[in-house]
Design a protein around this ligand. Structure first.
Ligand code: GDD
Ligand code: MG
Length: 348
């Protein structure tokens, strides 16, 4: 069976004030009426899948255990986040215990995918390529020169593996000019943030490109305390691992990567603007949730967790109301919520 590995370590800063350090975005229902973590686990259920492994911050262990009750999840706890590279290294080392040929399906806990049958079809093609020794990504057709994604230049078809293409080049988070070139050129795909590979191939690539990181994580796994469903990585050893994403650590450097181009209705719920785009909208383009009243509003996202919230005469606005904070901004400034949160943090 395929082992689903869910990375749930992000903090979702740009979705403040809903997403907080203690309760980040993947634990909220955003794209549907179920939390994104639960949606993610549900995509990997059924025959053919082992119970999932979740890699998350120790602080979120009860949230994860509670939301995934009944899934039989194994929960790997990081004392502090070191980005996706070390998280994936830990998952690969633990998966190796079940056999080096175990195929891992690594997923972000915070993307929305509309077409699950198409996803599973692509996964079948990816798993075949993984068994043949590849690290496989899923390529999404780009719709804008976003700089927050990895860009995949698809190469030749891989013989004997239908739907699978080699990766000529992987560029993580290009600057705006390069991203524009990539989109205009028509040969690049976005990386979805999901990866399929065997434990042994992942470990071999980590050994080749980030030996110090792998050594630190190996020690953290060897010294881990295992109780019930929890695997608590050794704090001192894990802290010694350099903080690096899998995209920079392996995907930009490996010669073994492949891509399955797929139309699966994927979106990354990275910002309020992204959420507005995928939310159901009224005739004037407004997306609302909770006790919200609108008069002459257009293309707004208005969400209240409880108190009655009114908006009059605004266009392209985002208004988010929680128990203890309110966000009001122009939708074009959705990336700058990060600045706001940094400013708030600086004040303590
Ligand atoms: N356990 C754990 N620990 N998970 C982490 C950590 C960590 O320290 N850091 C990040 N993650 C998880 C996040 O929760 C998310 O599920 C996934 O790893 C990706 O991390 P992001 O921080 O969201 O990465 P990104 O969005 O900047 O870029 C990645 O995703 C894009 C698509 O959404 C890259 O893979 C890009 O190439 C890709 O296009
Ligand atoms: Mg992300």
């Amino acid at each position: 069976p395929i082992l689903p590995v869910i990375l749930s370590g992000g903090t979702g800063t740009r979705l403040w004030p809903l997403s907080r350090e203690g309760y980040p975005k993947q634990f909220w229902p955003l794209a549907s009426d179920r939390p994104m973590l639960v949606e993610t686990a549900a995509r990997a259920e059924g025959p053919g899948f082992a119970p999932p492994m979740v890699v998350c911050n120790e602080a979120h262990r009860f949230l994860v255990a509670e939301q995934l009750r009944g899934h039989g999840a194994r929960i790997v706890l990081e004392p502090a986040g070191r980005n996706s590279g070390p998280a994936i290294a830990a998952a690969a080392l633990l998966a190796e215990e079940a056999g080096p040929g175990t195929v891992l399906w690594i997923m972000a806990a915070d993307s929305a995918i509309k077409d699950v049958p198409a996803l599973h079809a692509a996964l079948g093609q990816a798993a075949a390529a993984a068994r043949a020794g590849r690290i496989v990504t899923f390529g999404m057709a780009p719709t804008a020169p976003e700089t927050g994604y990895g860009y995949i230049e698809a190469g030749a078809d891989v013989p004997g593996l239908p739907g699978v293409r080699a990766i000529a080049r992987f560029v993580e988070k290009p600057d705006a000019a390069r991203a524009a070139d990539f989109v205009a050129g028509g040969r690049h795909l976005w990386n979805s943030g999901m990866f399929v590979a065997t434990a042994s191939v992942l470990l071999a690539e980590l050994e080749r490109h980030e030996p110090a990181m792998l050594a630190a994580v190996r020690q953290a796994v060897a010294g881990a305390k295992r109780d019930m469903d929890f695997v608590r990585l050794d704090a001192a050893a894990f802290a010694a691992a350099p903080s690096i994403s899998i995209d920079h650590a392996v995907m930009e450097r490996t010669a073994n990567a492949a891509v399955v181009p797929a139309a699966i209705g994927w979106s990354d719920i990275g910002s309020w603007a992204a959420l507005w785009e995928i939310s159901p909208q009224d005739g004037a383009g407004n997306a609302t949730l909770g006790p919200v009243e609108l008069v002459d509003a257009r293309r707004c996202l208005v969400r209240s967790e409880g108190i009655v919230t009114g908006v009059v005469g605004l266009e392209d606005a985002v208004v988010v109301v929680t128990d203890d904070a309110v966000l009001a901004m122009h939708r074009d400034r959705a990336q700058d919520v990060k600045k706001l949160v940094e400013q708030l943090r600086a004040k303590g």
